[in-house]
Design a protein around this ligand. Structure first.
Ligand SMILES: [Mg+2]
Length: 185
């Protein structure tokens, strides 16, 4: 075995000791675009606090229309490639809406995207139960990051216009830098 191969293997083993949890909506999927479409308003005007939206969303979920039309952020592929190229174990960790249809809709979307056998899916609002010192959560909701860190995990807040990292340009590059830093420790 060459020195280079041994070196590469060591990197590989070290990288795989961390587990990454990827949030779905706002990190890999463009939830705000889908939500704004549903409301018939520009994406920049959509806000989570709109109660009418959640009523309308529930109807759309029940009709089986909401989740299939969700789009992936093109930049999400940079993160997915990083995880694959560095042999990092990763899971989707996503919070459902109140509708039971959300569990099916999310699972179906993920299987359409990653294949029928993709099973690294955790659907729960209680993301902090997955926290541990060698576990990283990438999420766009600050309270989720806070709870995960309080429970002993590592959080990376994906920069979006609705969170405190909103001024960071090229959010995926920031996330990749942070991820790289943490998986190399
Ligand atoms: Mg999210």
């Amino acid at each position: 075995m060459s020195i280079l191969t041994k070196f590469q293997m060591r990197i590989c083993i070290r990288m795989s000791s961390k587990i990454v949890f990827l949030d779905m909506d706002g990190v890999i999927t463009n939830f705000s675009k889908r939500a704004a479409e549903l409301m018939g308003i520009p994406e920049s005007e959509w806000t989570k606090s709109d109660k009418n939206f959640w009523k309308k969303m529930r109807k759309s979920e029940e009709a089986g229309e909401f989740w299939p039309k969700l789009e992936i952020y093109p930049e999400a592929f940079f993160i997915l490639d990083f995880l694959r190229d560095n042999n990092i174990e990763w899971y989707i960790l996503t919070s459902p809406s109140l509708s039971p249809h959300a569990y099916f809709g999310k699972a179906q979307w993920l299987k359409n995207m990653f294949g029928f056998h993709f099973n690294n899916i955790i659907i729960t609002k209680h993301k902090h139960f997955c926290a541990a010192p060698d576990r990283i959560l990438i999420d766009d909701t600050y309270s989720k990051i806070e709870d995960f860190e309080k429970a002993g995990g590592i959080g990376i807040l994906y920069p979006r216009r609705w969170n405190k990292n909103k001024d960071i340009k090229n959010g995926h590059e920031y996330v990749l830098q942070e991820l790289d830093k943490h998986v190399r420790v």
